[in-house]
Each structure stands twice: as C-alpha cells, then as structure tokens.
Ligand binder design. Structure first.
Ligand code: F6R
Length: 365
C-alpha cells in the first residue's frame, strides 16, 4: 500500500504533481475558470468588505499564503486566524464578510466550531476541503474540493500543495470578477501554475543533495527558518514539518523581524534555512543572510535556478527549484522543505509517518 516507498510521507510527496493537476485541471476549461460548487457572483464580490481565513496547523499555513495572494490579486483585506483562537474571541464579523475555512480532513473540531461561529454571525462560508461529505464540507455554503486523495502520513504534505492550488484559483476567480486583475494577468498566473507539477517532479528527482545535507546536520538542536512575504508563510510550514516529525526545535521568523530580538539566538553553527523565492525581496534577504553569517550561522538557501550563482558566494548550500514566478512559488518550494524534514527525521531514527503525541485528525479540543 506504500507503493514501493518506505513511508507514506514519501509516497504522498511523490503524489504531489498528480494531485495538483487533479485539483487544477478540471477547474480551468478552455482558459476559463470553472469553480464547481462555488457560486459567488461578481455582485457578491463587489459587496465584500473583508475575507477571513480560518484553519489549523498546515491548513492555517496555507491560509497565510492565501492572505498574501488574495490581498494582492483582489485588493480585499484578509485576516487569517488559527481556528482555536478565532472561535473563542468573539470575532468581529458581519454578513458583508466571507469566511474561507481550510481543512484536509474536514473534521477538525476547532475548525468546525470556528465555521459555526462565523456562520452564526452571518458570514458566508467557502471551504477548501479534501474529504468529500465531511462535516466541514456539509456545513459550508460553497466548497472547493482539493483532490489530494487520502493522506495517511500524519504530517500533511500533498494536501498543502492542493490547498494552495485551490486558494490561487479562488483568488484569480475573485480578482477577475472584481476587475482587480486583467484576463491577461490571470492567464499568466494560470500558466505559471501549470508548470508547478513538472517542477516538483524535478525537485523529487534531485533530492540527494537534501538527503546529504540532512545527514550532516541532523544533530542540530535548533533550526531557524527565515523568509519574507510568501517565503515567510512558507517558512512557517517548513518549521512545523521539521518539528513535528524530527522533534528538532525550530522557529519561523520574518526576515526583517530577526534584528528585533531573535538574532540573539544565532551563534556559531546555528542552522538557518532561507527560502528566497520572492524576487522583489531578494536583496533584503541577502542582507539577512549576511547578518546571520556574521554570527557564524550555517545557511541553507532555497531559491529559483536563476539566483543560484549569486547565492553560492554567501551561503553554505543552495537548493534550487525550477525558475517559477515568485507569486506561485510556495506551491513548489514547499516540497524541498518537506523533504528536508523527512530526511532529518529519518537520520534521527524517528517514526516519520506516526510522530509521537500526534493524531491525523484532531477531533478533540
Ligand atoms: C501538520 C498537520 C496538522 C494539520 C491540522 C489541521 O502536518 O497535519 O497541523 O494540518 O491538524 O488538519 P485538517 O487540515 O485536517 O483540518
């Protein structure tokens, strides 16, 4: 049932190209977006004052990416919350606002109750769910299913890529309806998204360098992930994946926030992982790398091929991903981070598919 792989987690990473295509292809017909089960009209979008995104864990991290892209493409302000905070804080929400709920299982209790809270206050609910007919899907007004198939490994991998795919589709649909992006801009983003699956195939083929790096560094006591904008969102997910399966302490930080305290923790040999896929912020990240290198950090950068040469001078290892556009890079750049967590856990002899203290679906508080 593991299809020749040692772990479900690796099998599921290998399924990423296919499940992204399965989530994407049926929703783009002859160049037009067809979001089945989402019946939000141009008028609905024009009335919207705000969007909330609510989820837990990895799905929450997908939501953080969603905030950046929806705000960019639709010019609507988006608030992202973890469900367990949202549901208990008497959230300010009205019937002119929309709530996007993200959940792989569709059964996470906090997320389900957050949905009910938003609904009670009059918000329309759009959910991005993987399990058909799940509680969250059934309680929503509109559902966009991710077609990731069953995810067995406790650590979520392929579901995240498909949640992002769904969020891009929603952002493009809303942006086109609202008129904040042109058809041509949307087409360009769609063609960038279309390149992602083959990009992931290339990353999976070239995973030895990550494995070797993990072999050298699996004794790390603490690892920092730093990034800016979409790479910050990605860093959160990279950090969670690492801690949950390898039990190595780790934190994700916004690059610009380091010097406000956390840089005090960087000492000789501290491992710092830097996703650098945002061209507009590339130089800012190079400055961050200089700051941590000056304090003795070992830096692993993850960037598009086009930046490889430039970064080799300033970092210890550059992992490259295919030359994808900055806006869609998280869908692709998460895979090396998942592989990194996987190999670190494997080197440490951890139970990759069933990490301690964790359950696949959290249906208790
Ligand atoms: C992390 C992980 C969890 C889930 C979270 C939400 O790898 O799997 O953080 O993402 O428990 O689960 P769903 O998406 O089922 O609501």
């Amino acid at each position: 049932e593991k299809g020749g792989f040692e772990h479900f987690m690796m099998k599921e990473m290998y399924e990423e190209p296919k499940v992204i295509r399965d989530t994407f292809n049926p929703r783009v017909k002859n160049g037009e977006l067809v979001l089945d089960n989402i019946n939000i009209t141009k008028e609905d979008i024009e009335k919207l004052q705000k969007i909330h995104i609510v989820a837990c864990g990895t799905a929450y991290h997908a939501g953080v990416v969603g905030k950046y892209i929806i705000e960019k493409l639709c010019r609507i302000s988006v608030e992202v919350d973890v469900a367990s905070e949202f549901r208990y804080r008497d959230p300010l929400i009205t019937d002119k606002e929309l709530t996007i709920i993200i959940s792989q299982s569709g059964e996470t209790l906090d997320t389900l109750f957050a949905l009910r809270e938003a609904k009670k206050k009059g918000s329309r609910i759009v959910s991005i769910v993987n399990v058909v007919g799940s509680s969250i899907a059934r309680s929503s007004d509109d559902v966009l299913y991710t077609w990731a198939g069953p995810e067995i490994a406790v650590a979520s991998t392929k579901a995240y890529n498909t949640q992002l795919t769904a969020l891009y589709l929603i952002a493009l649909d809303f942006g086109l309806k609202k008129g904040t992006i042109s058809k041509q801009e949307a087409d360009e983003i769609l063609s960038s998204l279309r390149e992602i699956p083959s990009g992931i195939e290339a990353i999976l083929e070239d995973k030895e360098s990550i494995q070797k790096f993990a072999h050298r560094h699996y004794n790390a006591k603490s690892i920092f992930f730093i990034g800016r904008s979409l790479d910050y969102a990605l860093s959160m997910e990279g950090s969670l994946k690492l801690k949950e399966i390898s039990y190595i302490h780790s934190e994700a930080y916004a690059g610009g926030e380091l010097k406000h305290g956390t840089i005090a923790l960087i000492e000789k040999g501290t491992l710092v992982v830097c996703p650098m896929t945002q061209d507009a912020l590339f130089d800012k990240m190079v400055s961050n790398i200089r700051e941590v290198k000056a304090r003795g950090a070992v830096v692993l950068a993850i960037t598009q091929n086009r930046h490889k040469e430039e970064l080799e001078k300033t970092t210890d290892l550059v992992l490259t991903i295919p030359d994808v556009d900055s806006l869609v890079s998280p869908v692709l750049a998460v895979t090396p981070l998942q592989l990194f967590a996987y190999y670190m856990a494997l080197e440490k002899g951890c139970d990759v598919d069933k990490p301690r203290n964790l359950a696949k679906s959290v249906t208790v508080e």
